[in-house]
Design a protein around this ligand. Sequence first.
Ligand code: ATP
Ligand code: MG
Length: 800
Amino acid sequence: AGSHQSPLLNGLNPQQRIAVEYRGPALLIIAGAGSGKTSVLTRRVASLIDSREAWPSQILAITFTNKAAAEMRERVKALLGQGADGMWISTFHSSCVRILRREAEKAGLTTNFSIYDSSDTRVTLKRIIKGLDADTLGFTPANVSSKISKLKNELADVDSYSRNANMSDPQEVMFVEIFRQYTKRLRDASALDFDDLIGETVYLFRAFPQVAALYRRRFRHILVDEYQDTNHAQYSLIRELTRPVTAEIAEEMESQGLHVRNVQDATGTIPGASLTVVGDSDQSIYAFRGADIRNISEFERDFPGAQVVLLEQNYRSTQNILSAANAVIGHNFDRKDKKLWSADGPGEKIVGYTAYSGHDEAQFVADEIEALHSTGMAYRDMAVFYRTNAQTRALEEILVRAAVPYRVVGGTKFYERAEIKDALAYLIAVANPADELALRRVLNTPKRGIGPTTETALGSFAEANGITYRQAMRDAAALGLGPKVTGSILQLAGLLDEAALKLDPENPAGVANVAEILSFVLEQSGLLAGLRNSRDPQDEARAENIEEFVAQTKDFNRENPDGGLVDFLTQVSLVAAADDLDDESGTVSLMTLHTAKGLEYDAVFLTGVEEGLLPHQMSAGEPGGPAEERRLFYVGITRAKKRLYLSLAMSRAQFGEVNVAMPSRYLQEIPAELIDWKQSPGMANSRGGTQPRALNARRDGYGFGGSSGSRGVGSGSDRVPAGLPPAPKPKTEWANRITAQVRDNGDLTLEAGDRIRHVDFGDGRVNQVTGEGTKRIAHVQFDTSGAKKLLIKVAPIEKI
Ligand code: ATP
Ligand code: MG
């Protein structure tokens, strides 16, 4: 009686309380999404400090991302009412960097060692492969780096690997040689790659028990979130950190003035740190990077005496959302069945939307975001998820037009991506021969041996002779450069001139449209082919983005049959410049499904729920691929607190082509009564004709109702248009158009009461104008299309 209960336990359910209050060697919390795993971890940290059982400096909490680390630090601070300096809350990688910098000398490194990112690794491997002529044996930087990474995640180094390698196989011999040279180069450069950070720390601890003892003595409580996604190296690191320090070493430490008395037990040993791990095997989505679910399933064997806590109640989502999640994940076999439940009641139904196109889908998302916002939901409480980065282009374009403030989490906005800027620079260089910036950008992209000195020399030459940079390129022969460089410059200048000629209305071959110009420069420059052939996953993503950009120009051509290159560039630059809208209710978050892990939002839009995207075509054929993609879908669904939207497009411009898309197989796994299907109004209008077979087969409940007729996919005749008004007819003075005024509504003066006409939405009345300058927004009630917000600068509107 009278026992004082810490406010840190307030509101916790009995299992959560056990987890927070447990004081023993090892604790495993396994539970489904949203059951409070991360919250419990955070409360444990706060409770250990609050009860003075641990100093902040004795705690090491490991999160999966830096963002999650920052959030946890904030929450601990809020719970304690004070900061907790000295506590380590960080990712595996940053913890290891800290340790290695401190112990650099012992690890055989300089304290200022560099960290190679994946592109540094690739470049290094490329050189080694070239030097060994290993490309003829099929070795590429991509396949070698992924193999080396897998080995390092298993804590294999070149020596241990070669001992077991079959050295009568020339492929193996070559791989070992590449691995050896790579290891040496990094050593010589005092550099570590990402995987080394973990492995080297483990080796350090194993080679220097005294060093390991320092950290074992220091960290008395180690807590790991998202344990299901740890790989073998990370697991080993945890094991090293949680081992006891022998009495002998402890005494040695004491004699060196490192106080250990307070952490020694009766035998003089420093017992291993207490370890807490939390995880959910249904959310394991990094097997492709070597994550091993066995780390969870074998925890009790590895840490005898471990307490296991199961959490069952979900506090995040409404029951409809959870039932959908349960049903989907239930299709993965080989798992412990656990069902999430909520005390919050069924909540709203999930909204399904079958769009005609990616644009149509984006418009739906934007409209729903605005509808939610008008009911009082803050933008920061909404998120849009997608499987691949290339999907953001259509979303971003529509969100900008609808004046929805957004940011891309863990990624770059479409037009800020380097490869898109490269492709754009080519178009700008074609359109505007005077644009030195664009010319300099394309000069050595892709690499053609034109260095920075030459780049500058061309500029000085242009200035000295009063000619444009482009003219200087044409006259490159006069610069006295080497024949190879001169040839490269002339070739590029020729390419750009030839492309520009295609824009000349006098050209007997006819005027090329934007997509044709883009394809021409991509082909002739080798930009896209270079990325495609590199086979590196990152370059693959870059190629996908460029292909998405090609698709965008095709869309533009369809929507603006008379639109030229300058009109296109104008549209792009307006969209690109109109970002960073701010709103007191924050911004909508856009991110990939992988990035979404651990996060939660009131409303979630899960887009592109189609075969080929989810599951992604690359994993569909891999063993375990569809099951891992299902977990990814499960992760996405379980981020939603109140509202979940699942959308797909019947046709999607992807990889430069408009393809018929099929609903994801996972949609069938959700009980039909949980989803309220809607479809594109455009689809409901068109009747007659035969339905595509695949769609017909799914007419039950997937929004492909009997009313959706056939159409030539990609004909675009009645797709939801999203472009600017038709461009003016080309003038004969085609060169003038290149410096033509940027079309821009920026100075359109609108006020409440004005009537306007919008290309897509028809006539409407302005209710209000907010914001300033380029960020002015018209709030319009359309006669037939409902209420919309429009960014005036880019809106295709006129006053009537
Ligand atoms: P995930 O598997 O997605 O990482 P999780 O298990 O880590 O989820 P948390 O993010 O910790 O779950 O918690 C989900 C939500 O439930 C959070 O908003 C959290 O504040 C809330 N929550 C957790 N426990 C309780 C509780 N006992 N009472 C009320 N809300 C709770
Ligand atoms: Mg969590």
